[in-house]
Write a protein that binds this ligand. Structure first.
Ligand code: SF4
Length: 381
């Protein structure tokens, strides 16, 4: 019996009261379909009721018991006392001029995480979701890296970010089509929960593995393991430099897994999956945006089935580098393409709403600190 067992659930009124707070109820997203059915039967419900509830949860994708219209009201009320649909609470929500929606969620233990929904003209709706609260990788240009690591997210917490956008889109007759694991955290540092979340998203939201992308800074052993998972999930590597000394200066992980070992793991991934690897390259003015760097990059990637996504750096308060101007961006991409490496310039989304990884949380923290200082000053006066 899992620790989500209903055995420790009493249905008397007093105990129901204890279960009414969000954290103390069982998170439905953490239960498999057979587990949920078994629990409902243990709670005394007939098999057909258990089937009805599980169809609502796993096929219709409802997010409250009140939506289960073929259930008697007293059962819906009773189940609402025992179970909840997720634990994320929206702390801040912003919509950009370009339609990008950014969320800052508060978790029951007070941690904050971010998710972003990006609508595209071709109809795609892509959710960028977090795998950790904070991040241990310490990339110097990244707002999340600058705040440090707090904890791993559970598979349910990862899944719920996608589920929330999926549900909201459904209500507007749209459909969540793609998932990128590029929010806060290094997904491969939280490997087991990531894999579990991928399966939940595939099975419960109907989003195919080919429509999901995991982005990593390059945890080499995990890339090799991922290659053997038998999943068709895409792999993206945050590269940003071609020489170890340059990369280690902005991405400490490179000291442990240098560039050549990373490229070798990518070859292994392509050989095992036949899938193209994407390299993410944040262009930093005067740092990694020269034609010579583009030529070195093309040499490094020679013979590898891959593609380079070039994106001007998203500036953060804790890093001095600036985004490359458009002429340098274009020249970098042209040089890559002339050398036979396909490359695309990605448009920065949601610039007006701090949509880069960790930026909204940093901004909220900064404002909180400023307010705290302000009230301390008032008290002194
Ligand atoms: S870029 Fe990714 S891996 Fe690096 S610190 Fe930021 S969240 Fe972590």
């Amino acid at each position: 019996m899992s620790d989500h067992s209903p055995e420790d659930l009493s249905t008397d009124t007093e105990t129901q009261g204890e279960h009414s707070s969000l954290e103390s109820r069982i998170n439905v997203y953490g239960l498999s379909e057979p587990d949920l059915r078994a629990q409902l039967i243990e709670l005394g419900e007939p098999k057909f009721r258990a089937k009805q509830v599980s169809e609502w949860v796993y096929q219709t994708g409802v997010t409250s018991f009140s939506e289960m219209s073929n259930l008697p009201k007293n059962l819906r009320d009773r189940l609402s006392q025992i179970y909840c649909f997720g634990h994320l609470e929206i702390a801040v929500s912003q919509v950009s001029d370009d339609g990008t929606e950014k969320r800052l969620y508060r978790l029951p233990d007070g941690q904050m995480i971010e998710s972003v929904l990006m609508p595209y003209r071709d109809g795609r709706r892509t959710a960028c979701i977090s795998s950790q609260a904070g991040c241990a990788m310490g990339c110097s240009f990244c707002a999340t890296g600058q705040m440090g690591f707090a904890r791993h997210l559970s598979a349910e917490e990862i899944f719920e970010q996608a589920q929330t956008f999926s549900k909201e889109l459904q209500q507007r007759d749209e459909r969540l089509s793609n998932i990128v694991f590029m929010g806060m955290g290094e997904p491969f540092h939280n490997y087991d929960q990531l894999i579990k979340a991928i399966h939940m998203i595939k099975d419960r939201l109907g989003i195919g593995a080919r429509k999901m992308t995991v982005s990593t800074v390059g945890l080499v052993p995990k890339i090799k393991r991922f290659a053997q998972e038998g999943l068709q999930v895409k792999l993206a590597i945050s590269l940003h430099a071609t020489r170890d000394e340059d990369r280690s200066a902005i991405m400490p992980v490179n000291k442990k897994y240098p560039i050549l070992s990373l490229i070798e793991a990518c070859h292994e991934f392509v050989a095992a999956t036949r899938r193209r690897v994407t390299f993410e390259w944040a262009l930093i003015q005067g740092e990694n945006d020269s034609a010579a760097e583009a030529t070195r990059l093309a040499q490094l990637l020679k013979g590898l089935l891959c593609h380079v996504n070039v994106i001007p750096l998203n500036p953060t308060a804790g890093y001095e580098g600036a985004p490359s101007d458009s002429s340098r961006v274009n020249h970098f991409v042209e040089t890559l393409e002339k050398s036979g490496v396909p490359a695309t310039i990605r448009v920065r989304r949601g610039i007006d709403i701090d949509a880069g990884c960790g930026q909204l949380k940093s901004e909220v923290e900064r404002k909180k600190q400023a307010q705290k200082k302000e009230s301390e000053l008032i008290q002194i006066r």
